[in-house]
Design a protein around this ligand. Structure first.
Ligand SMILES: Cc1cc2nc3c(=O)[nH]c(=O)nc-3n(C[C@H](O)[C@H](O)[C@H](O)COP(=O)(O)OP(=O)(O)OC[C@H]3O[C@@H](n4cnc5c(N)ncnc54)[C@H](O)[C@@H]3O)c2cc1C
Ligand code: SF4
Length: 482
């Protein structure tokens, strides 16, 4: 983990408070991600049409569905079909089993018209014949205690899932320890001609030349790179004639959650409940057919219950000696917990720009944050805590703890929206193929392009959109349009 996450002394940032988790490593944050792999739906892509807030995406679910399918087949995903219009099903491999308490909650939620589904994990549970770097999941236990990822790579990570297979084609060169600080511009055409970068070790400067430049440094770093790329042709930063680069930032808000005790499980013999990549997911149920008085959009819950190799309840159990051990063992498998992830609304006034003074360890200007949660997020979080309690109580599960505080901005590590796509070049940075409106041989294929955050985790959508954009790019390239 230490070698994956950045040292903030070398990589500072400034402005409003923000928990910015960054991985400067081959494969980025996918080396340590939680693997919850969800699709967005037209409740997300056409959110403005649904509730009037913000902007619709320039695509609909039908446009991206074939690419979600390709990602599912290529990388593997486990789960159960639920036929929900707001959380479309994937092409699932074998699902994880739910624990006793989770099944109880699922059955109870059905009566409330809500769904608890096994964790939709970006993990291959049946194996992938086309990938020699990844094994199928053997459910060996303590999945969430493997910082740095699943060592047999059943869980998707970019190196074994994408990068090594791409290298095997012989058409890819990787240069690690390279810090891009500028997209270079041809002064005659204004088009991108390559990237300026510095070697993080030797500090020597280099240029990489290219007919097309594809930026995918993660949402905030990509915005920083565009803003850093100022030239006479692009005085506000490349691709930024709209002034929207760095703006419309959105993400997920988290914090509220509940812990419950499934009393029937106290004193029961242990079962292997953490031999799986995740517990469960409760999809959004607010503002679908109903209209909540306090907030628009929705939230989902991630959670799990049952035994784990290390009983987390040991920390909170009173006493010592033999009685303490018995109490911990008796209760170890009886807990169930869930925490909410809610949509943060995209707002122009939530933005990042370059700090005019502060620089990182390589002398590159850092990002300055101007961002905070608004009233919609606060009201949504109040509802999360209440709804979480209500669901456990309805299932006859005793609530033993409630968190109602919002965590700091950035905590969800699902940053999105700093170079959003749209049909109007005056109010968006990219077109529906993540191609710059201003510079046609410049693409930005990460979460920057998302128009709204949805409440579903973004990584599967980032990859499906990137696949779609790359197909378009290849077509345009062949036609000589770039
Ligand atoms: C603990 C954790 C749990 C998560 N759980 C989930 C989950 O359950 N589900 C989900 O959907 N998402 C989850 N995420 C988020 C997920 O990891 C990200 O959505 C995903 O990794 C984004 O991919 P990316 O390529 O855009 O960015 P990153 O993964 O951050 O990769 C960016 C890459 O760009 C490189 N880079 C950055 N700046 C420069 C530069 N200037 N020059 C050269 N290279 C540069 C970095 O070294 C890195 O390799 C989680 C993240 C974390 C950290
Ligand atoms: S349980 Fe987790 S760590 Fe173990 S093989 Fe499956 S994905 Fe990998």
């Amino acid at each position: 983990m230490k070698n994956i996450l950045v040292d903030e002394k070398d990589h500072p940032y400034s402005g409003t408070k923000y928990a910015w988790v960054r991985a400067r490593a081959l494969g980025g944050k996918t080396n340590i991600w939680g693997r919850l792999a969800l699709r967005l739906s037209d409740y997300d892509f056409k959110a403005k049409t649904h509730d009037g807030y913000g902007d619709d995406w320039p695509i609909s679910y039908a446009d991206i569905e074939p690419y979600y399918d390709k990602v599912d087949r290529y990388l593997g995903i486990s789960g159960v079909k639920e036929n929900l219009p707001h959380l479309p099903d994937s092409l699932f491999q074998r699902p994880n089993k739910l624990s006793f308490g989770e099944v109880r909650l699922r059955e109870s939620l059905k009566k409330m018209g809500r769904v608890l589904t096994p964790y939709r994990a970006g993990v291959t549970t049946d194996g992938l014949k086309h990938n020699k770097y990844r094994s199928k999941c053997y459910g060996r236990g303590a999945c969430d205690r493997r910082p740095g990822g699943c060592d047999i790579h059943a869980a998707f990570d970019s190196p074994t899932g994408l990068i090594y297979p791409a290298m095997d084609t012989g058409h890819l060169t990787i240069r690690t320890n390279s810090i891009a600080h500028e997209v270079l511009v041809d002064p005659n055409t204004g088009k991108a001609r390559g990237v300026g970068f510095v070697d993080s070790g030797t500090r020597k400067s280099y240029e990489a030349k290219g007919k097309v430049v594809i930026v995918a440094a993660s949402t905030l770093e990509s915005a920083r790179l565009l803003l850093l790329s100022r030239s006479p042709q692009h005085p506000n930063g490349i691709g930024n004639s709209s002034g929207h680069v760095g703006h419309n930032f959105c993400e997920h808000v988290m914090g509220p959650g509940v812990t419950g005790l499934v009393k029937d499980m106290i004193g029961k013999p242990p079962t292997l409940d953490d031999g799986r990549p995740g517990g469960f997911y409760i999809p959004r149920f607010r503002n679908l057919k109903d209209r909540q008085p306090g907030f628009v959009r929705g939230y989902g819950f991630e959670g799990s219950g049952g035994f784990s190799i290390f009983p987390g309840n040991a920390f909170g159990t009173q006493g010592f000696g033999a009685q303490f051990k018995k109490d911990v063992r008796d209760h170890a498998g009886a807990f169930i917990g869930l925490g909410g992830f809610g949509e943060v609304l995209a707002r122009y006034e939530n933005y990042m720009d370059l700090d005019p003074e502060e620089k990182d360890a390589w002398g590159i200007p850092v990002l300055r944050f101007h961002y905070q949660f608004g009233d919609n997020e606060k009201k949504m979080c109040e509802d999360m805590a209440v709804a979480g309690r209500e669901m456990l109580e309805q299932a006859g599960i005793e609530v033993v703890g409630t968190d109602d505080k919002m965590l700091t901005e950035g905590w969800s590590i699902h940053e999105l929206g700093t170079a959003r796509m749209g049909s109007d070049p005056k109010t968006s940075v990219l077109n529906q193929f993540q191609q710059s409106h201003d510079v046609k041989n410049l693409f930005v294929v990460d979460g920057s392009s998302h128009v709204s955050a949805s409440c579903q985790n973004p990584t599967w959508t980032i990859m499906a959109l990137a696949w779609r954009s790359c197909e378009y790019l290849a077509g345009e390239f062949k036609k000589g349009n770039l």
